[in-house]
Design a protein around this ligand. Structure first.
Ligand code: ADP
Ligand code: MG
Length: 236
């Protein structure tokens, strides 16, 4: 039995809005094996984004503990959390979150600049990452010159720039048509199969089901048992 890449134990996240309490996570336990593709589904407001944000150290749970790669992230300092997010996690959001005035290549390069990677290595890595998402030919295009699906692939290239083992994708196809969405699912699947990355996806698109190894359902901040596991059949 290998150690899971991600382990969450009894996660709670309560938001306080005035005198009102919103319990977004109510005791979530989760283990995700390295090299697996896990789907968290659930209706809007069920806590998917909150869970992903906690796993990626964008947010701090009110209670419970999280380990990533065997290291606890729920007791890191602010600076350690920043480094953790930068090097251990690639984030992919529904809205792509690309910088509109920068080219595809420059959007990917931003991550490398932040990490202090030198110019030569940056150039090579940007090319590599754009190639991984099938956009080598679009390096100089700005976001407005790209389709939604292409923009999301740039965002995935950016997420891969610093070679993180874990990808967290929050409704990455929410703004895409079904053909572009299918390309994103195939690409994420490829990153798992060919590069051994671990992908945790939040989505309510039923089309994603065919591409993932495990499916969990969040209902009012509670995670229900896996509905499906075809990891074994895939391996044999
Ligand atoms: P999902 O991604 O599944 O739609 P969210 O994690 O965004 O769910 O939200 C879960 C619950 O927490 C919802 O009731 C939402 O309104 C609430 N919530 C999320 N973020 C905040 C916040 N920053 N402040 C207050 N309530 C929040
Ligand atoms: Mg959400």
């Amino acid at each position: 039995m290998t150690t899971p890449l991600v382990r969450a134990q009894a996660l709670y996240r309560t938001y306080r809005v005035g005198s009102h309490e919103i319990r977004a996570l109510q005791g979530v336990d989760l283990e995700v094996e390295k090299g697996s593709f896990v789907l968290i589904r659930g209706r809007s407001g069920s806590g998917k984004t909150t869970l992903l944000n906690c796993l990626g150290a964008l947010d701090v749970p009110t209670g419970g503990r999280i380990w990533v790669g065997g290291r606890e992230i729920t007791d890191l300092s602010e600076r350690e959390r920043t480094l953790f997010r930068r090097f251990q996690v690639g984030f992919v959001f529904q809205s792509f979150a690309l910088l509109p005035t920068l080219s595809a290549a420059e959007n990917v390069e931003v991550m490398l600049r932040l990490a202090g990677v030198g110019a030569g290595e940056r150039r090579a890595r940007v090319q590599e990452c754009l190639e991984m998402v099938g956009l080598s030919e679009h390096a100089r295009h700005r976001p407005y010159e790209l389709s939604g699906g292409q923009q999301q692939r740039v965002a995935i290239a950016r997420a891969l720039a610093l070679n993180p083992p874990l990808i967290l994708a929050d409704e990455p196809t929410g703004e895409l048509d079904s053909a572009s969405a299918a390309e994103i699912w195939r690409l994420l699947r490829h990153l798992v199969d060919e590069q051994g990355r671990t992908v945790i996806l939040a989505s309510h698109d039923p089309a994603a089901l065919a591409y993932v190894d495990e499916v969990y359902e969040l209902v009012d901040g509670r995670l229900l048992r896996p509905e499906k596991s075809f990891r074994q059949s895939r391996d044999t």
